[in-house]
Design a protein around this ligand. Structure first.
Ligand code: UDP
Length: 261
């Protein structure tokens, strides 16, 4: 792909003022079976830099599934809450790695944690986070919600609402929301847009229900897209039809309409 073809100048102005980007821990693994693929991290930092350069204010919630997932370990006998706290610490490892990658890409960042870790992160303070965003800093929200029995998807929905983001962008390894698992079902089709109600009716796994309910109640649109495709984040932010738009209005809006709302 010609990187120049996707420069901000070609794509025009951003359609969102503020975004909350959710990155899963698994996406950070790239082709590896565990941990962090540094090339993926570096690529993400470049993608994020492009949208920050356009003037978009960016909050990020990062998962921890590439390092530790609470529920899996709880199945082996560990107390669920204990395992979940370990999972939250795993998100902090990713958050610190991402912070470093973003700074190496020349961005100003702040890391806020939902669990106190004074030496490495600020505590999560909503007003402070907003102030950082207003100053053009990328704010990474680590340690999920700070509570066991939740996920980083829920943290993403919660923080998106708290910072008054216009949209929740869920960056994944797949193109968007499919009617079935595309790796198992050749008939599976990718939705360009879908009503949130339909996502629930078809039991499509966009996010867990707690996260989804938060978005529904606030009417917060979600775009699920492939974060591993170069230039995709920029295209989404510029209102191009990339990935799947999950909407809550009665009639389906276009990507550009959602972005301009
Ligand atoms: N977690 C938690 N509370 C939160 C967020 C995360 O207990 O608010 C724990 C939970 O054990 C989860 C782990 O942290 O399995 C890693 O987060 P998640 O599975 O959401 O990461 P992702 O799937 O996005 O990589």
């Amino acid at each position: 792909m010609n990187a120049d073809a996707d420069t901000p100048a070609r794509l025009g102005r951003p359609r969102y003022r503020r975004i909350l980007l959710k990155l899963s821990g698994e996406a950070l693994m790239g082709q590896k079976a565990y941990g962090i693929d540094w090339d993926v991290l570096e690529a993400y930092a470049q993608e994020i830099r492009q949208v920050v350069q356009l003037g978009v204010s960016v909050g990020i919630v990062i998962g921890g599934g590439n390092i530790f997932r609470g529920v899996q370990n709880a199945r082996r006998g560990m107390t669920r809450a204990h395992a979940d706290y370990m999972g939250m610490l795993a998100t902090m490892i990713n958050a610190m790695a991402l912070q470093d990658a973003l700074e190496q890409a020349g961005l100003d960042t702040r890391l806020q944690s939902s669990i106190k870790m004074e030496q490495i992160a600020e505590p999560f303070i909503r007003r402070r986070a907003i102030r950082h965003l207003e100053k053009g800093r990328v704010v990474i929200f680590g340690a999920g919600t700070g509570n066991p029995y939740f996920t980083t998807d829920t943290a993403a929905a919660l923080r998106a609402l708290e910072i008054e983001a216009d949209v929740l962008l869920k960056g994944t390894r797949v193109e968007g929301v499919y009617s079935a698992d595309p790796e198992r079902d050749p008939e599976a089709r990718l939705f360009t847009s879908i009503h949130g109600r339909e996502v629930i009716r078809r039991d499509l796994k966009v996010m867990d229900m707690t996260a989804f309910t938060l978005c529904r109640e606030a009417g917060l649109p979600i775009v699920v897209f492939n974060m591993n495709k170069q230039g995709n984040l920029l295209r989404v932010v510029c209102g191009e039809p990339v990935g799947t738009l999950v909407y809550w209005t009665e009639t389906p809006p276009t990507f550009a309409e959602v972005a301009q709302a």
